[in-house]
Design a protein around this ligand. Structure first.
Ligand SMILES: Nc1nc2c(c(=O)[nH]1)N[C@H]1C(S)=C(S)[C@@H](COP(=O)(O)O)O[C@H]1N2
Ligand SMILES: [Mo]
Length: 329
């Protein structure tokens, strides 16, 4: 499928300067200054001090270097952590429909048919509708740099392209009794050998509560690094919920239903005591078989502390006021 918007036209300035209010770190300012070509521009008195040794955060951006097209790509997330490379992001994947060996997903998913593609959106809505991929690509595509934290305790920083799920849900007009959103991956065992495995209840299913689904951070991703998603990353359309463990971010979605009961995900069906519905990243609560306190950032040596809600607590913690977060789910 042809990418409709080159990465250089995803208007990162707008995203960082207004849309992404949480994108306020020094790295963002340096990146923005580089984009705008404003030498020595460190205008915000509220900019937090740069942490770490990345010189991109030093407040002396860009100088007068000639600007390569790639210069529109910020180099860090809002915490100052460097992006993982395209190669790393697309060669270390969880996608059990193909294989449980992360290093082999890319090769096994190569050639998976991602076009034509349709997504059926229905259930408790006033305007059920089946969207072709080309219609979904007409939603304004934004770049969002998010941390992805797998429950297996590895993580990456990924520059996604996509649109907020909220925009899609607004199109179908949810009814007032819709309480949850249920997502379903394509079922195509002839192309996805893992789906012939009896160990899991295919197709892959995931769910969100309505308020989680409507949250601005909740993204329907169509690309990364300014290119269309590759099959191993969940092409042509996958969910990204950055404050939850990675398994919530379901790939190759063909069906979205608004429902009134909590959906049973593939992982809840497989091991309800290990993988709950909420699955918010929480370093204080171990998985029954391993700690979640630290993580291995792909591309780094050693381990780093895992942040509550994967570093998005300011944006999402209020969604869980009154809930007991000391349980894994
Ligand atoms: N359909 C489907 N979606 C899936 C998975 C899967 O096996 N099948 N794995 C999940 C897990 S465990 C993680 S960590 C992320 C990994 O996304 P990535 O391979 O793009 O990094 O995808 C999630 N979405
Ligand atoms: Mo994962």
């Amino acid at each position: 499928m042809a990418q409709k918007i080159p990465s250089s036209e995803i208007t990162p300035e707008h995203i960082y300067l207004s849309r992404r209010k949480f994108m306020t770190g020094a790295g963002a300012l340096a990146a923005t200054a580089a984009i705008l070509g404003v030498a020595g521009c460190n205008t915000s008195p509220t900019a937090p001090a740069a942490s770490g040794s990345n010189t991109a955060q030093s407040g002396a951006p860009a100088k007068s270097q000639p600007e390569a097209p790639a210069a529109v790509q910020p180099q860090t997330d809002e915490l100052g952590d460097p992006l993982n490379t395209f190669e790393a992001i697309t060669n270390y994947n969880n996608y059990y429909e193909f294989t449980t060996t992360k290093e082999d997903v890319a090769a096994m998913a190569q050639g998976f048919t991602t076009s034509p593609w349709q997504v059926e959106v229905g259930g408790l809505v006033n305007n059920p509708k089946t969207f072709g991929m080309e219609e979904l690509l007409r939603f304004e595509q934004e770049e969002r740099i998010y941390r992805l934290r797998c429950v297996e305790a590895w993580s990456m920083v990924i520059p996604w392209v996509g649109f907020p799920l909220r925009k899609l849900l607004e199109e179908v007009d949810p009814k007032s009794d819709a309480k949850f959103v249920r997502f379903e991956t394509v079922f195509r065992p002839e192309e996805m050998p893992g789906q012939r495995s009896p160990w899991y209840t295919w197709p892959y299913v995931e769910g969100l509560r309505m308020d989680e689904a409507m949250h601005d951070l909740t993204l329907m991703a169509t690309g990364l690094y300014g290119k269309d998603l590759l099959p191993q990353s969940g092409a042509p359309l996958r969910l990204v919920v950055p404050w939850k463990y990675g398994f919530k971010s379901i790939k190759s979605i063909v069906k979205i239903d608004l429902v009134d009961k909590i959906p049973v995900s593939l992982w809840m069906a497989a091991a309800p005591n290990e993988y709950g519905f909420f699955a918010n990243v929480n370093p204080a609560v171990s998985h029954p078989r391993w700690s979640q306190a630290t993580e291995r950032r792909i591309g780094e040596f050693g381990r780093r502390a895992t942040l509550p809600f994967n570093g998005y607590a300011n944006e999402v913690a209020h969604l869980y006021d009154g809930m007991d977060l000391s349980v894994f789910f």
